[in-house]
Design a protein around this ligand. Structure first.
Ligand code: ARG
Length: 463
């Protein structure tokens, strides 16, 4: 048991209590950020004359060496320490003696852990953003390739109107774009440095908190020391953003699973992203899509978990807050992993254009356009709707599409129809005439793609 405290205790900690309380098994994940924070703190203490230049230099060197040794594997982070902070401090003292004992001047583990978690989370946000950007690039490439791949658009999972695959994929582009924007907003709000807040009430040492914040790449210091050590809002916001990313992935997975069924056959998932059955030799299952859909639950769980942990906590720090780590780490790792796998699956998937197009031709996806044709020939829309409804019923009985009827059959139902009806309700016309901003027509899609490319170029420049 290696603890940073013990002076006022007369008994050893019970072993079970020690194990229950310790956090090193998971907070070792941010050893690098802990050392980085300590370096900045020591540098600031030295600048302020709180530490001598000599001690400051020893501390920097000692911390650099600990970092190097952990990274090259010569120094193991073992569970004999209570947490990562104790591990670093104990090793520093073992290496440089008394100077190491001065590092914790004007600092508490409460502001230290608040800092470490922020530094770690900030880096993770950048990584998740990179994964999202990669997915957006895959989507954009596919959109350019499938501007004329026709397919049915659905409402209620019933065929509604024809669209293109580019248009369908473009909807997901918007979702993942908003996800990136959400992450950027969170980063902006969280990017204030808590170090220097002490246990809860600041400190009497003349710390330069602006300087520490600057050293660590923050926009400035936090403005209330009680809030600084007990704010976990940014993690809750992040878990909500990750939940939304997972929800988007899960919807997309659900569609791919449906499209991949023997009944739809719109897509074929690549062998490298499918799995087989131990008993049924014919099977090729969409397990990756199912797993991504399934893992959405644990990320939602993390959000509800942390909200619940925080709801009854009085100011300022309480040990309950230690529970923020495992679930946030798990949610970040899960989202990152799912984004990477999904991107791989999507970029290797085969779209069966012919099947999609045939499906769009069946199921009366041109019924709205047939009604619009009548409207353009003077029939009020409500009447046109009724006429086409009867026409559809007639076709269902005959088991054919509207386009399959002869002109005389059409005119029997409504004499307004003329030869140009066939052109007006062809699949190509139905899609290509839809040219309002955001619609599936090729020219409209090309404009949308042009704007998305601009957006990607601009945000990548900033990243
Ligand atoms: N392991 C703790 C956490 O994650 C670090 C802060 C400990 N502070 C304290 N007063 N016990 O929250």
């Amino acid at each position: 048991m290696a603890q940073l405290w013990g002076g006022r205790f007369t008994k050893e900690t019970d072993q079970l209590v020690y194990n229950f309380n310790a956090s090193i098994s998971f907070d070792k994940k941010f050893y690098r950020q802990d050392i980085q924070g300590s370096m900045a703190h020591a540098k600031m203490l030295t600048k302020q004359g709180i530490l001598s230049a000599e001690d400051g230099a020893k501390i920097q060197k000692g911390l650099e060496e600990i970092l190097r040794d952990v990274e090259n594997g010569t120094l193991q982070i073992t569970e004999e320490y209570e947490d990562i902070h104790s591990f670093v401090e104990a090793n520093l003292i073992a290496r440089i003696g008394d100077a190491g004992k001065r590092l914790h001047t004007g600092r508490s583990r409460n502001d230290q852990v608040a800092l470490d978690m922020k530094l770690y989370t900030r880096e993770e946000i950048h990584e998740i953003d990179r994964e999202l950007t990669g997915l957006l690039e895959t989507l954009l490439n596919l959109m350019e390739e499938h501007l004329e791949t026709y397919m049915p658009g659905f409402t209620h999972l019933q065929k509604a109107q024809p669209i293109t695959l580019a248009h369908h994929l473009g909807a997901y582009f918007e979702m993942f774009k908003r996800d990136r924007q959400r992450l950027a907003d969170i980063e902006k709000r969280m990017n204030l440095c808590p170090l220097g807040s002490g246990a809860l009430a600041g400190t009497t040492y003349p710390l330069d908190r602006d300087y520490t914040a600057e050293l660590l790449g923050f926009d400035g210091p936090t403005l209330n020391s009680m809030d600084s050590v007990s704010d976990r809002d940014y993690l809750i916001e992040l878990l909500a953003a990750l939940s939304t990313i997972m929800m988007h992935l899960s919807r997309f997975c659900e569609e791919i699973i449906i499209w991949n069924t023997n009944e739809y056959r719109f897509v074929e998932i690549d062998d490298a992203y499918s799995t087989g059955s131990s008993i049924m030799p014919q099977k090729k299952n969409p397990d990756i899509a199912e797993l991504v859909r399934g893992k959405t639950g644990r990320v939602y769980g993390a959000l509800i978990s942390l909200l619940t942990t925080m709801k009854g906590l009085p100011l300022a720090y309480n040990k309950d807050m230690q529970e923020d780590k495992e679930l946030t780490f798990d949610a970040m790792d899960t989202a990152k992993g799912c984004l990477a796998l999904f991107n791989g699956m999507l970029s290797t998937i085969k779209f069966r254009k012919k099947v999609m197009e045939t499906s769009a031709k069946n199921g009366f996806t041109n019924a709205t356009d047939a009604a619009d044709y009548l409207v353009n020939h003077g029939v009020p829309f409500r009447d046109a709707h009724g006429i086409i409804g009867r026409l559809v019923l007639y076709c269902i009985e005959k088991n054919c599409a509207i386009d399959d009827l002869s002109l005389s059959e059409l005119r029997e139902i409504c004499p307004v129809f003329q030869e140009d009806i066939y052109e007006a309700i062809s699949l190509k016309t139905c899609v290509e005439k839809r040219l309002t901003i955001g619609a599936p027509g090729k020219a409209a899609m090309e404009e949308a793609i042009r704007r998305e490319k601009e957006y990607l170029a601009e945000t990548k420049k900033r990243a």
